[in-house]
Design a protein around this ligand. Structure first.
Ligand code: ADP
Length: 287
């Protein structure tokens, strides 16, 4: 069942000024409950603008975002309520931490949602556990955490609101490869348990190919493609013309295929590549 839809969704910055900029142009799509949607595109292609419209942070200049079939701006006074259902984690969300302790920061959402003491405590600890923050860290000031821990605390704050749709704008930006893999695995573990819908903006084709059910490819405000990773990453030339690339392993396998090796199309992970290469070598009697 579809949970979020975009209908002729447009956003223009600085309307009727010399700086007018059409950032999102006529996007139409429908996303099902429980899907993980990857959002890729060159810098300036409109990803953040699109993401911010999903939870009503900015209002479309025309068109609609529907949540469970209803325009989220139907009653503008209620737009804050939408933010409990569609949670947004920004790029560098650590700058949003402001309370005395990490615990208080994470409990901000549940408190505002009207939960009582016990519920708040359970929710905060569960959210912290999802992102791998220990109980000891919860009592620290957010300013005393490392970069990766701050990021985790900010994500836990949004998870604690238990949103049906979670929008993550470059959640792993600036983390080292180990931290990136760990955080991504924790987000996916959360997703597997909660089964909520996730939009994830990322520059890492490797990450997106591993976790997304479908990928939105944005270019100059347009939605150019919306399909499975396998389909999207088989369009190498199209992606390259938009300044994007395919996962490195996909490219290597494609080059081998072009050289006449019997390897299938659309390989996205190192594990798949290894499997195919081993099979190929066995078939050729070299292993
Ligand atoms: P992305 O997230 O893909 O990098 P953005 O949604 O941030 O893209 O930006 C899309 C376009 O809108 C870009 O051309 C950008 O310069 C412009 N833009 C973004 N934010 C603003 C703003 N606050 N005012 C004016 N133009 C903006």
């Amino acid at each position: 069942m579809s949970i979020i839809e975009a209908k002729n969704l447009c956003f223009t910055y600085g309307i009727n000024t010399p700086f007018e900029k059409k950032a999102v142009k006529d996007i139409n799509l429908s996303v099902n409950e429980g899907e993980v949607i990857g959002l890729i595109g060159h810098t300036g292609s409109g990803k953040s603008t699109f993401a911010q419209m999903l939870n009503g942070l900015i209002r479309p200049t025309s068109g609609q975002v529907l949540l469970d079939g209803r325009d989220i701006w139907e009653n503008p006074k209620e737009i804050r309520k939408i933010r409990f259902r569609v949670g947004m984690v920004f790029q560098y969300p650590e700058y949003q931490l402001f309370d005395e302790t990490v615990y208080k920061d994470i409990s901000f959402g549940p408190r505002n949602k009207g939960m009582n003491g016990d519920e708040i405590d359970k929710t905060v600890r569960k959210a912290a556990k999802f992102v791998g923050l220990s109980d000891k860290l919860l009592q620290k000031s957010p300013f005393d955490l490392s970069g990766g821990e701050k990021r985790r605390a900010a994500i836990a704050g949004v998870i604690a609101m238990d949103p049906d749709v979670l929008v993550l704008d470059e959640p792993t930006a600036g983390l080292d490869p180990k931290g990136r893999d760990l955080l991504l695995a924790q987000i996916m573990q959360y997703h597997n348990e909660r089964k909520n819908t996730i939009f994830i903006v990322s520059h890492s084709m490797e990450d997106i190919s591993r976790i997304a059910d479908r990928i939105m490819v944005m270019n100059k405000g347009n939605l150019e493609m919306f399909d499975t990773p396998r389909k999207v990453f088989s369009e190498v030339e199209k992606l390259e013309s938009m300044g994007l690339r395919v996962p490195q392993v996909t490219k290597i396998m494609m080059l081998l295929r072009e050289k006449g090796y019997d390897i299938p199309d659309g390989i996205l992970t190192v594990e798949q590549a290894l499997y195919e290469v081993v099979n190929l070598l066995k078939r050729e009697g070299k292993l």
